[in-house]
Design a protein. Structure first.
Length: 272
Protein backbone atom coordinates (compact mmCIF):
# COMPACT_ATOMS: atom_id res chain seq x y z
CA UNK A 1 0.00 0.00 0.00
CA UNK A 2 3.01 2.23 -0.46
CA UNK A 3 2.80 4.56 2.51
CA UNK A 4 -0.77 5.58 2.25
CA UNK A 5 -1.98 3.79 5.39
CA UNK A 6 -0.05 6.15 7.57
CA UNK A 7 -2.26 9.21 7.20
CA UNK A 8 -5.28 7.15 8.20
CA UNK A 9 -3.63 6.59 11.52
CA UNK A 10 -4.42 10.14 12.45
CA UNK A 11 -7.99 9.14 12.99
CA UNK A 12 -7.01 6.33 15.29
CA UNK A 13 -4.51 7.99 17.52
CA UNK A 14 -6.09 6.48 20.57
CA UNK A 15 -4.66 3.15 19.51
CA UNK A 16 -1.41 4.37 20.81
CA UNK A 17 2.14 3.42 20.59
CA UNK A 18 2.70 0.38 18.52
CA UNK A 19 0.31 1.53 15.87
CA UNK A 20 2.28 4.60 15.03
CA UNK A 21 5.48 2.75 15.55
CA UNK A 22 4.19 0.30 13.01
CA UNK A 23 3.42 3.11 10.66
CA UNK A 24 6.94 4.30 10.95
CA UNK A 25 8.28 0.90 10.18
CA UNK A 26 9.06 1.78 6.62
CA UNK A 27 12.59 1.94 7.93
CA UNK A 28 12.54 -1.55 9.36
CA UNK A 29 15.60 -3.48 8.36
CA UNK A 30 14.73 -6.43 6.26
CA UNK A 31 11.65 -4.87 4.77
CA UNK A 32 9.23 -4.67 7.66
CA UNK A 33 6.90 -2.56 5.62
CA UNK A 34 5.35 -4.35 2.77
CA UNK A 35 4.00 -3.18 -0.51
CA UNK A 36 0.39 -4.19 -0.59
CA UNK A 37 0.49 -5.68 -4.01
CA UNK A 38 3.08 -8.32 -3.41
CA UNK A 39 3.03 -11.35 -1.21
CA UNK A 40 5.59 -10.93 1.52
CA UNK A 41 6.89 -14.41 1.32
CA UNK A 42 6.22 -17.65 -0.34
CA UNK A 43 4.18 -19.79 1.98
CA UNK A 44 6.17 -22.81 0.98
CA UNK A 45 9.55 -21.21 1.22
CA UNK A 46 10.80 -22.15 4.62
CA UNK A 47 8.18 -24.29 6.24
CA UNK A 48 9.94 -26.42 8.75
CA UNK A 49 8.68 -29.73 9.87
CA UNK A 50 5.37 -30.82 11.07
CA UNK A 51 3.61 -27.65 11.94
CA UNK A 52 2.67 -26.63 8.44
CA UNK A 53 0.10 -29.24 7.68
CA UNK A 54 -1.43 -29.81 11.02
CA UNK A 55 -3.32 -26.91 12.42
CA UNK A 56 -4.79 -29.11 15.08
CA UNK A 57 -1.54 -30.72 16.06
CA UNK A 58 -0.87 -30.95 19.72
CA UNK A 59 1.59 -28.75 21.50
CA UNK A 60 4.32 -31.30 21.09
CA UNK A 61 4.52 -30.94 17.35
CA UNK A 62 7.08 -28.61 15.95
CA UNK A 63 8.39 -25.50 17.54
CA UNK A 64 6.65 -25.29 20.82
CA UNK A 65 9.25 -23.87 23.09
CA UNK A 66 9.58 -20.21 23.70
CA UNK A 67 12.64 -18.45 22.47
CA UNK A 68 14.54 -18.44 25.65
CA UNK A 69 13.72 -21.80 27.08
CA UNK A 70 11.30 -24.63 27.29
CA UNK A 71 7.71 -23.56 27.38
CA UNK A 72 5.91 -24.18 30.57
CA UNK A 73 3.33 -26.88 30.70
CA UNK A 74 1.86 -25.62 33.91
CA UNK A 75 -0.77 -22.98 34.32
CA UNK A 76 1.09 -20.63 36.59
CA UNK A 77 -1.74 -18.23 37.16
CA UNK A 78 -3.88 -21.03 38.46
CA UNK A 79 -1.36 -22.67 40.70
CA UNK A 80 0.77 -19.87 41.96
CA UNK A 81 -0.41 -17.37 44.47
CA UNK A 82 2.80 -15.36 44.56
CA UNK A 83 3.13 -12.90 41.74
CA UNK A 84 6.37 -13.41 39.83
CA UNK A 85 8.70 -10.49 40.37
CA UNK A 86 11.23 -8.92 38.10
CA UNK A 87 14.50 -9.02 39.99
CA UNK A 88 16.71 -7.86 37.13
CA UNK A 89 18.93 -4.90 37.72
CA UNK A 90 19.05 -2.25 35.04
CA UNK A 91 22.24 -3.78 33.66
CA UNK A 92 20.62 -7.21 33.52
CA UNK A 93 17.92 -6.07 31.18
CA UNK A 94 19.82 -7.41 28.21
CA UNK A 95 17.81 -10.49 29.14
CA UNK A 96 14.04 -10.39 29.16
CA UNK A 97 11.99 -10.84 32.31
CA UNK A 98 10.86 -14.43 31.96
CA UNK A 99 8.03 -16.27 33.66
CA UNK A 100 7.92 -20.04 33.26
CA UNK A 101 10.07 -19.81 30.19
CA UNK A 102 7.98 -17.09 28.56
CA UNK A 103 9.74 -13.76 27.96
CA UNK A 104 7.60 -10.80 28.95
CA UNK A 105 8.43 -7.45 27.40
CA UNK A 106 6.27 -4.43 28.13
CA UNK A 107 6.29 -0.94 29.54
CA UNK A 108 6.62 -2.53 32.95
CA UNK A 109 9.25 -5.09 31.97
CA UNK A 110 11.60 -3.38 29.53
CA UNK A 111 14.74 -4.68 27.90
CA UNK A 112 17.81 -2.68 27.06
CA UNK A 113 19.63 -2.03 23.82
CA UNK A 114 21.90 -5.05 24.33
CA UNK A 115 19.09 -7.58 24.23
CA UNK A 116 20.02 -10.33 21.80
CA UNK A 117 17.49 -12.35 19.91
CA UNK A 118 17.98 -16.09 20.37
CA UNK A 119 18.29 -16.49 16.62
CA UNK A 120 17.64 -14.31 13.63
CA UNK A 121 15.99 -15.06 10.33
CA UNK A 122 15.25 -12.97 7.30
CA UNK A 123 13.41 -11.19 5.87
CA UNK A 124 11.68 -9.95 9.01
CA UNK A 125 14.35 -10.43 11.64
CA UNK A 126 12.18 -12.84 13.61
CA UNK A 127 13.57 -15.68 15.68
CA UNK A 128 13.76 -19.00 13.90
CA UNK A 129 10.86 -20.49 15.81
CA UNK A 130 8.72 -17.43 15.29
CA UNK A 131 9.41 -17.42 11.56
CA UNK A 132 8.74 -21.15 11.23
CA UNK A 133 5.43 -20.76 13.06
CA UNK A 134 4.55 -17.73 10.97
CA UNK A 135 5.32 -19.57 7.75
CA UNK A 136 3.10 -22.44 8.79
CA UNK A 137 0.34 -20.09 9.88
CA UNK A 138 0.45 -18.10 6.67
CA UNK A 139 0.28 -21.25 4.59
CA UNK A 140 -2.77 -22.39 6.54
CA UNK A 141 -4.43 -19.02 6.12
CA UNK A 142 -3.75 -19.20 2.40
CA UNK A 143 -5.41 -22.58 2.25
CA UNK A 144 -8.44 -20.95 3.82
CA UNK A 145 -8.36 -18.23 1.19
CA UNK A 146 -6.91 -15.60 3.50
CA UNK A 147 -3.87 -13.73 2.27
CA UNK A 148 -1.85 -12.39 5.14
CA UNK A 149 0.98 -9.88 4.89
CA UNK A 150 3.65 -8.87 7.35
CA UNK A 151 3.62 -5.19 8.08
CA UNK A 152 6.32 -5.20 10.70
CA UNK A 153 8.59 -7.77 12.29
CA UNK A 154 11.78 -6.99 14.16
CA UNK A 155 12.49 -3.41 15.13
CA UNK A 156 15.72 -2.51 16.86
CA UNK A 157 16.11 -0.46 20.01
CA UNK A 158 17.86 2.19 17.96
CA UNK A 159 15.06 2.36 15.43
CA UNK A 160 12.44 2.60 18.17
CA UNK A 161 14.42 5.45 19.72
CA UNK A 162 14.71 7.15 16.37
CA UNK A 163 10.96 6.94 15.87
CA UNK A 164 10.23 8.40 19.29
CA UNK A 165 12.79 11.17 18.90
CA UNK A 166 11.28 12.15 15.58
CA UNK A 167 7.80 12.18 17.07
CA UNK A 168 8.94 14.38 19.94
CA UNK A 169 10.07 16.93 17.38
CA UNK A 170 6.87 16.53 15.38
CA UNK A 171 4.61 16.96 18.38
CA UNK A 172 6.79 19.55 20.01
CA UNK A 173 6.03 17.69 23.20
CA UNK A 174 7.76 14.69 24.69
CA UNK A 175 4.71 13.87 26.75
CA UNK A 176 2.49 13.70 23.69
CA UNK A 177 5.02 11.68 21.75
CA UNK A 178 5.26 9.14 24.55
CA UNK A 179 1.53 8.72 24.70
CA UNK A 180 1.49 7.40 21.19
CA UNK A 181 4.89 5.85 20.63
CA UNK A 182 6.58 3.00 22.41
CA UNK A 183 9.79 3.98 24.08
CA UNK A 184 12.82 1.92 23.11
CA UNK A 185 13.09 -1.26 25.13
CA UNK A 186 9.33 -1.45 25.65
CA UNK A 187 8.43 -2.99 22.33
CA UNK A 188 8.06 -6.72 21.74
CA UNK A 189 9.22 -6.06 18.21
CA UNK A 190 12.76 -5.78 19.57
CA UNK A 191 12.71 -9.48 20.46
CA UNK A 192 11.82 -10.90 17.08
CA UNK A 193 8.91 -12.68 18.76
CA UNK A 194 6.18 -10.35 17.56
CA UNK A 195 4.72 -9.56 14.19
CA UNK A 196 2.14 -7.14 12.82
CA UNK A 197 -0.12 -8.75 10.24
CA UNK A 198 -2.70 -7.33 7.87
CA UNK A 199 -4.27 -7.70 4.44
CA UNK A 200 -2.33 -4.88 2.82
CA UNK A 201 -5.38 -2.63 2.72
CA UNK A 202 -7.00 -2.02 6.08
CA UNK A 203 -4.89 -0.84 8.98
CA UNK A 204 -5.79 0.26 12.49
CA UNK A 205 -8.60 -1.20 14.61
CA UNK A 206 -10.38 -2.02 11.37
CA UNK A 207 -8.03 -5.00 11.05
CA UNK A 208 -10.30 -6.73 13.51
CA UNK A 209 -13.06 -7.04 10.91
CA UNK A 210 -10.90 -8.04 7.98
CA UNK A 211 -10.55 -11.64 6.87
CA UNK A 212 -7.03 -11.62 8.20
CA UNK A 213 -8.04 -10.21 11.57
CA UNK A 214 -10.88 -12.67 12.00
CA UNK A 215 -8.83 -15.64 10.87
CA UNK A 216 -5.99 -14.79 13.22
CA UNK A 217 -8.21 -14.33 16.22
CA UNK A 218 -9.63 -17.77 15.60
CA UNK A 219 -6.56 -19.71 14.50
CA UNK A 220 -3.33 -18.02 15.57
CA UNK A 221 -3.13 -20.00 18.81
CA UNK A 222 -2.91 -23.23 16.81
CA UNK A 223 0.48 -22.03 15.58
CA UNK A 224 1.74 -20.71 18.88
CA UNK A 225 0.72 -17.08 18.48
CA UNK A 226 -1.49 -15.01 20.76
CA UNK A 227 -3.27 -11.70 20.32
CA UNK A 228 -1.04 -9.72 22.62
CA UNK A 229 -3.20 -6.64 23.22
CA UNK A 230 -6.84 -7.69 23.35
CA UNK A 231 -9.74 -5.29 23.34
CA UNK A 232 -10.53 -3.80 26.73
CA UNK A 233 -7.32 -4.96 28.39
CA UNK A 234 -5.28 -1.79 28.15
CA UNK A 235 -5.06 -1.42 31.90
CA UNK A 236 -3.38 -4.82 32.07
CA UNK A 237 -1.16 -4.81 28.98
CA UNK A 238 -0.39 -1.10 28.85
CA UNK A 239 -1.43 -0.96 25.21
CA UNK A 240 -4.69 -0.28 23.44
CA UNK A 241 -6.36 -2.97 21.36
CA UNK A 242 -4.12 -4.04 18.49
CA UNK A 243 -5.88 -6.66 16.36
CA UNK A 244 -2.78 -6.94 14.15
CA UNK A 245 -0.09 -7.58 16.75
CA UNK A 246 0.62 -11.25 17.38
CA UNK A 247 3.20 -12.59 19.75
CA UNK A 248 4.82 -15.98 19.45
CA UNK A 249 4.72 -17.93 22.71
CA UNK A 250 4.81 -21.51 21.42
CA UNK A 251 1.94 -23.91 20.98
CA UNK A 252 1.92 -25.20 24.53
CA UNK A 253 1.36 -21.78 26.03
CA UNK A 254 -0.94 -20.61 23.25
CA UNK A 255 -3.16 -23.61 23.84
CA UNK A 256 -4.22 -22.09 27.14
CA UNK A 257 -5.55 -19.12 25.20
CA UNK A 258 -7.48 -20.95 22.50
CA UNK A 259 -9.67 -19.44 19.78
CA UNK A 260 -11.17 -15.94 20.03
CA UNK A 261 -9.52 -15.33 23.35
CA UNK A 262 -9.27 -12.04 25.18
CA UNK A 263 -6.93 -13.47 27.76
CA UNK A 264 -3.72 -11.51 28.21
CA UNK A 265 -0.23 -12.89 28.68
CA UNK A 266 -0.08 -10.98 31.95
CA UNK A 267 -3.19 -12.73 33.24
CA UNK A 268 -1.98 -16.11 32.08
CA UNK A 269 1.36 -15.70 33.82
CA UNK A 270 -0.07 -14.29 37.01
CA UNK A 271 1.25 -10.79 36.38
CA UNK A 272 -2.07 -9.00 36.09
ZN1 LIG B 1 3.19 -4.70 16.70
Amino acid sequence: MRRSPCPTLVTTLALGTALLAGCSATATPGGGSTPAGSPTWSPTATVTGSASGSPTASGSAGATASASGPASTAAPSATSSARPTDTRTRAQRNEAFTVNGVPVISKKYPINADYRRSSVTQPYGLTKQTQAALTAMTAAANRDGVRMLVRSGYRSYALQKQILDRKIIEYGSEEMARRYNAAPGRSEHQTGLAVDLWDGVTWGVGVRNTKVGRWLWRHAWEYGFILRYPDGKEAITGYAFEPWHYRYVGKTVAKAFGPRSNLTLEEHLGLA
